[in-house]
Design a protein around this ligand. Structure first.
Ligand code: NAP
Length: 309
């Protein structure tokens, strides 16, 4: 039986792997379908402490994190987890993959969340070259430029306000005639002279040049008129979905699928821990996820020693 299986290989999972490996728990990491997680889809990460003034490429950061975990003794397995449940014997948990099963005393779920994106033509080509889902990560590259944000929730308000500090002009595009965001955040956006709001508007296509995104094609959902907006960046803030389908019905979660944690990273199932974007819908930063991964590793260690939960 394994001592700890870590599902996911983003900052939370790999930090948990480094800590549990150093605690001689011989972690087995199931890397998942997007090894390295969301950071592998950004370009330069400039807010990772220690990356230096020039920042670090997201892929390189994740490769280094994995190499560090491997060096400490973590083992890696590529595969897709379809279910985690309590063992019939009552001892420990069973991790079910497509074609195998692993018995383990503990599991750390660190499968992250995926940003929901618009189904735009050329989306894959322009991600990181004008299209983004994180203003805190990529906003810096748009200093003095024109950007747009799409969405009407708190995230869109937050992204627009954040970008207004850096960009020359921010256009906030929402598909309905009212925002769903909290009043305070709406008012902040409406009072910001740098933010222009377009209601009842949908982004339907992109324009691009050799540098990447150069404009948006939009449709007014009331008048059906089409228009174009020259921008260098489009930030999609239309929500995230946590990757927790494989523990649905097993562990307590909210209606969006975020896992409930108490006292750190404990879930409703003994021996099952959750860390990072699967349980945090507010901060969603690599550094906060890594911190939660560390916390989960330390709590697993205590759990195995018979202390806690
Ligand atoms: P959200 O509240 O689910 O809002 C998503 C927005 O995207 C909605 O306005 C929705 O439009 C729009 N949208 C969804 N699909 C779309 C599509 N295909 N095309 C165009 N627009 C689309 O998500 P969120 O803003 O990320 O917030 C998630 C949770 O985190 C919320 O509970 C929020 O309060 C919380 N949060 C809190 C803070 C804070 O307090 N500082 C900051 C960020 C997030 P409709 O309105 O028409 O449905």
């Amino acid at each position: 039986m394994e001592k700890v299986v870590i599902i996911g290989s983003g900052p939370a999972g790999l930090t948990a792997a480094i800590y549990t490996a150093r605690a001689a728990l011989e972690p087995l990491v199931i890397a998942g379908l997007q090894p390295g997680g969301q950071l592998t889809t950004t370009s330069i990460v400039e807010n990772w402490p220690g990356a230096g003034p020039e920042g670090i490429d997201g892929n390189e950061l994740m490769q280094k994190m994995r190499a560090q975990a491997e060096h400490m003794g973590a083992r890696f397995l590529d595969g897709r987890v379809v279910k985690v449940e309590r063992a019939d014997s009552g001892a420990g948990l069973v991790v079910k993959l497509d074609d195998s099963e692993i018995s383990t005393k503990t599991v750390i779920v660190a499968t992250g969340a995926s940003a929901i994106t618009l189904p735009l033509p050329n989306k894959d080509k322009l991600m990181g070259y004008g299209l983004s889902t994180c203003a805190v990560c990529d906003g810096f590259f748009y200093r003095g430029k024109k950007v747009a944000v799409v969405g009407g929730g708190d995230s869109a308000m937050e992204e627009a306000s954040y970008l207004a500090k850096l960009a020359a002009e921010v256009t906030l595009i929402h598909r309905r005639d009212a925002f769903r965001a909290s009043k305070t955040m709406q008012e902040r956006v409406k009072a910001n002279p740098k933010i222009k709001i377009l209601f009842n508007t949908e982004v339907v296509d992109t324009r691009s040049d050799a540098q990447g995104l150069s404009g948006l094609v939009m449709s007014n959902l009331v008048t059906k008129e089409t228009s174009e907006l020259p921008v260098d960046g489009l930030f999609m803030a239309i929500g995230h979905h946590p990757n927790t389908e494989f523990v649905r019905g097993v562990v307590d979660m909210d209606d969006k699928g975020y896992i409930h944690v108490t006292n750190g990273t404990y879930t409703s199932v003994p021996g099952l821990f959750a860390a990072g974007d699967v349980e945090d819908q507010l901060y969603r930063q690599a550094i906060t996820a890594a911190g939660r991964g560390c916390q989960a590793a330390l709590q697993v260690e205590r759990y195995i020693e018979g202390v806690g939960h």
